[in-house]
Design a protein around this ligand. Structure first.
Ligand SMILES: C[S@@+](CC[C@H](N)C(=O)[O-])C[C@H]1O[C@@H](n2cnc3c(N)ncnc32)[C@H](O)[C@@H]1O
Length: 241
């Protein structure tokens, strides 16, 4: 297992904060936040259950989704918190979930999977708590097969209104809370290989949204990678790409 690096970044949250926060959350998660946001989780799983093949659930947490995935799917879950993962493993054992093929401790920003391995990649209530959301989006895109789907359920912040004010007030507590109260949707929209196909707001109170992306076919992603590689060496010549 690759060692996860600890260290603060510009978000003010690091993996140490995340693990510490979820060590505290693990015993009470299912009956508190986990229950509050169940509507969004069900919505995503209903969509995923209509698909085929392999699913990667990033930030699987205590595994609340696991018993709900259809048995024709092959589910892999990863999470950086050993305490949350212990709960997920216990749930998979208790419900005898043979379609859950692996539950691994792993950083979403450094996935230890081959490119294009999964038909569906889902991250529910995760992007606001990872230290580097842009890097995680890069990884979700990388491990998703061309034509596959990346599905996010997340809270996205507002600039205006009471909600915007509250988000700005609690923002300095990011590392204590273990999540980013201020999280504009643009932070997950930067991947050219992921085409946004659907957005919808979810209960409770529209506080969370679902975003569905399709991973673009090979040509686009190969061309983009080549472009990035050339740009990195200061040799970008669009005509040659
Ligand atoms: C709010 S919980 C969501 C859990 C689950 N997806 C659900 O629907 O209830 C966020 C989860 O993301 C995990 N997480 C945070 N940062 C992570 C990272 N960099 N890599 C993997 N998991 C991470 C946390 O440990 C936690 O279990």
């Amino acid at each position: 297992m690759q060692q996860v690096e600890l260290g603060a970044n510009s978000s003010g949250i690091d993996l140490f904060d995340v693990r510490r926060a979820y060590r505290r959350w693990a015993p009470i998660y299912d009956t508190t936040f986990g229950r509050l946001v169940d509507a969004g989780r069900r919505h995503a799983i209903d969509i995923i259950n209509r698909r085929k093949g392999s699913v990667l659930e990033v930030g699987v947490g205590t595994g609340l989704a696991l018993p709900r995935y259809a048995r024709h799917l092959q589910i892999t879950g990863i999470d950086v918190s050993p305490d949350m993962l212990d709960k997920a493993r216990a749930r998979a054992d208790k419900h005898n979930l043979g379609h859950v093929v692996a539950l691994q401790e792993m950083d979403a920003g450094r996935l230890e999977f081959a490119d294009e391995k999964f038909d569906t990649v889902v991250a529910m209530y995760v992007m606001t708590v990872v230290p580097d959301p842009e890097q995680v989006m890069r990884e979700l895109e990388r491990v998703c097969a061309p034509g596959g789907e990346v599905i996010l359920i997340n809270h996205f912040s507002q600039d205006e209104g009471l909600r915007g004010l509250i988000e700005r007030l609690v923002a300095p507590l990011a590392s204590t809370l273990g999540w980013h109260p201020i999280f504009p949707v643009e932070r997950v929209l930067g991947r050219s290989g992921l085409r946004l196909t659907e957005t919808c707001s979810l209960r409770p109170l529209g506080l969370f949204s679902m975003l569905r992306f399709i991973k673009q076919p090979h040509l686009a992603s190969d061309t983009r990678l080549k472009t990035e590689a050339l740009a990195g060496h200061g040799q970008l010549n669009p005509a040659s790409v």
